[in-house]
Ligand binder design. Structure first.
Ligand code: MG
Length: 251
């Protein structure tokens, strides 16, 4: 069942979104060659709590960290590690906080030092896919309209869209209905309604869209070892258009 949020509840959800946005703004300045994703994780874990939130992913289905840290060919759900990031790596840090009973969820891909032209292009196109999706997330559109635009943009640049990991509704829990992927057909799928709070979180690969899962049961990698990038926001669908809850003025 899709749980629609009232305008007042959407206002309340901004607090969790602001915490996640603040963490991303701060770690953007920390990410450089030599830092470890464990250090970034520990910083985020502490900051979420200082800012009045709860690191939601810790303990979620046995997951032990406040962040996911997905480096290079890792698509999503990578564990933070003590291995230093290297010049030229790309890393997606995914952060989920709960505050006042509501969840905010945002992942962002960062360049470590100077990255290759291909990596930069992948990051740029993936970020464009996110905002193309947000722009089309308006009342009356179907999810197929939104995701067709996302898919078309990625493929136009020679990239592929991950199909085995889904986006989701967000509310009092991180994963609510509906779930959906970032490919679609215009006019198909559920219709967007005011009060839906959803993630748009395209995972875009330089090569094949196919993926494998490591023996740890979490780490999703590209099947061909090529790069993957992801950008994610939590958005609220309103009659006035989408509100990005995890990207706020002044943060
Ligand atoms: Mg996320």
């Amino acid at each position: 069942m899709v749980i629609l949020k009232t305008p007042e509840e959407i206002e309340q959800m901004k607090a969790a979104g602001r915490i996640v946005a603040t963490c991303h703004k701060e770690i953007a300045n920390m990410i450089k060659p030599g830092i470890t994703t464990q250090e970034i994780n520990d910083y985020v874990d502490r900051r979420i709590q200082e800012l009045g939130g709860i690191p939601y992913t810790k303990g979620f289905n046995g997951y032990q960290y406040a962040t996911c840290a997905s480096v290079n060919d890792v698509i999503a759900h990578g564990f933070p590690s003590k291995k230093p990031l290297k010049n030229g790596d790309i890393v997606t840090i995914d952060i989920v906080a709960k505050c006042n009973g509501w969840v905010g969820d945002s992942g962002w891909c960062y360049a470590v030092g100077a990255v290759s032209d291909e990596a930069q292009k992948l990051m740029d196109v993936t970020r464009e896919c996110l905002y193309i999706g947000i722009e089309r997330a308006v009342v009356g559109n179907r999810i197929g309209d939104v995701m067709h635009a996302v898919q078309t943009h990625a493929q136009k640049h020679g990239f592929s869209v991950v199909r085995e990991l889904a986006a989701h509704g967000v509310g009092r829990e991180m994963h609510e209905e509906p779930t959906y992927i970032h490919i679609g057909t215009p006019g198909k799928g559920f219709r967007l309604k005011a009060g839906m709070v959803l993630t748009i979180e395209p995972m875009i690969n330089a090569g094949t869209y196919r993926m494998t899962i490591d023996d740890d049961g979490w780490t999703a990698r590209t099947a061909d070892g090529k790069l993957s990038a992801q950008y994610e926001h939590t958005i609220a669908i309103t009659e006035q258009g989408p509100i990005v809850l995890t990207e706020q003025a002044g943060v």
